[in-house]
Ligand binder design. Structure first.
Ligand code: AMP
Length: 396
């Protein structure tokens, strides 16, 4: 397989699927350019080799219709500032303007195509549309990990038109390598920390991880379902009663595989789901009626911390409590600090799949983690053990 390092882009027009789906304010200004910065290594490698880059991306959910409010034009202007060079813009991703501008592109130049999702064919994975897009470039690079779980035209179907010239960009490769370090042949002990609101959205992740990790820490709202499944009293906490049997199955599967399971033993409880609620601490299995567990308590923090610090590989997905509210932040802060500390002692740590990424960013700890994933839903599906179509299409 070709790699970014081995491929010579000299004289080539590289058609690069990137993720420029960045947050914007009401005036279209970019409010967080993390995703735009993340593609720079790939774009710069292509340009430095003497190639040119044709960038394609989606932005928002225009649902197959042209929507001027979701134009990539302002993102192109922002990207131009990051690259320190003009970014030529094509007013449509296919058609005469894109064709002419791609044909005229010279080595060292960058062309950005308008929002792919202005065409319904993109999300439908339409073959003819994929072929038309493919005709703009000589080589296909997929650097959009965030959409790798979607079999769209630009993320998956297009790859077949480049049988010998398709590869992953630097960002995508880093995501794949990081998951490999955690789920492939991890340094042991390997500990997975799974939190977030609901068991229902993480069942497949938990089941997949039980076959891979040595210790499994469960926190967040989803832990309440496990506490109740073991006979605990959970008061007004968020519990999925229809998943009590599933939780029991996961507990049994962990025991059968020799995975040490950590479920919170104490909790920070509140009499309302609000920052201003009255708070208290109690045993996780003795939450008073009318009160709800919104964070893990100090004993759970100590136990989870100890497990994290004895690990050589760490995977963290989902917060330990309602970290958006200050009174219920401590568990997530403590776990983030423990993961950072273990990393500084040589463990490999991957934080990915949603709100735990927001948490490490919010607490200023992202640079103390080995790898912070950029792809929420894609990372979650990857952790479920699924083959992501965008990855399979380039590898196949
Ligand atoms: P998820 O999107 O499933 O990863 O869940 C993230 C959300 O879970 C965050 O918005 C948290 O506020 C929420 N959460 C974490 N712990 C709890 C809890 N104990 N009760 C209710 N919601 C929680």
């Amino acid at each position: 397989m070709q790699t970014m390092d081995s491929y010579d882009f000299s004289g080539k027009k590289a058609l690069v699927r990137v993720d420029l789906n960045v947050p914007q304010d009401a005036n279209g200004r970019v409010t967080d350019d993390t995703r735009a910065r993340a593609i720079l290594p790939t774009v710069n490698k292509i340009l430095n080799d003497g190639g040119s880059a044709i960038l394609m991306s989606h932005l928002g959910r225009p649902k197959g219709k042209v929507n001027p409010g979701m134009s990539l034009k302002p993102i192109g202007d922002h990207l131009s500032g990051l690259l320190g060079k003009p970014v030529i813009f094509a007013s449509d991703c296919v058609g005469p303007d894109a064709k002419a501008k791609a044909a005229a592109l010279k080595p060292g130049e960058v062309l950005l195509l308008e929002n792919l999702r202005f065409h319904p064919e993109e999300e439908a994975g339409d073959e003819a549309f994929s072929k038309t897009l493919s005709e703009l470039g000589d080589v296909y690079v997929n650097d959009a990990f965030g959409t790798a779980h979607r079999a769209h035209a630009s993320t998956t179907v297009i790859a077949k038109f480049f049988p010998n010239d398709k590869l992953f960009g630097h960002l995508m490769q880093a995501e794949i390598d990081s998951v490999g370090k955690v789920l492939g042949a991890p340094q042991r002990p390997m500990t997975a920390i799974v939190g977030g609101s609901k068991v229902s959205s993480k069942i497949d992740v938990l089941q997949n991880l039980i076959g891979k990790c040595d210790e499994l820490i469960i926190g967040g709202g989803m832990a309440n379902t496990f506490v109740k499944a073991r006979g605990g009293h959970t008061g007004a906490s968020l519990v999925e009663d229809d998943l009590l049997d599933t939780a029991r199955d996961i507990i049994k599967a962990a025991a059968a595989k020799g995975v040490k399971l950590h479920i919170p033993t104490d909790a920070v409880v509140a009499d309302a789901f609000a920052e201003t609620a009255n708070t208290d601490q109690c045993a996780a299995d003795a939450v008073p009626d009318g009160w709800m567990a919104l964070d893990i308590g100090p004993k759970s923090i100590d136990a989870f911390r100890a497990a994290i610090l004895r690990s050589k590989t760490l995977l963290w997905n989902g917060p330990m409590g309602v970290f958006e509210m200050k009174p219920f932040q401590q568990g997530t802060v403590a776990i983030a600090q423990a993961v950072a500390e273990a990393t500084s002692k040589g463990a490999f740590s991957l934080v990915g799949g949603g709100d735990s990424v927001a948490a490490v960013n919010q607490f200023g700890l992202a640079d103390k983690i080995s790898y912070v994933s950029t792809g929420g839903g894609a990372m979650l599906e990857y952790l479920e053990g699924k083959v992501l179509p965008g990855i399979a299409a380039v590898q196949g």
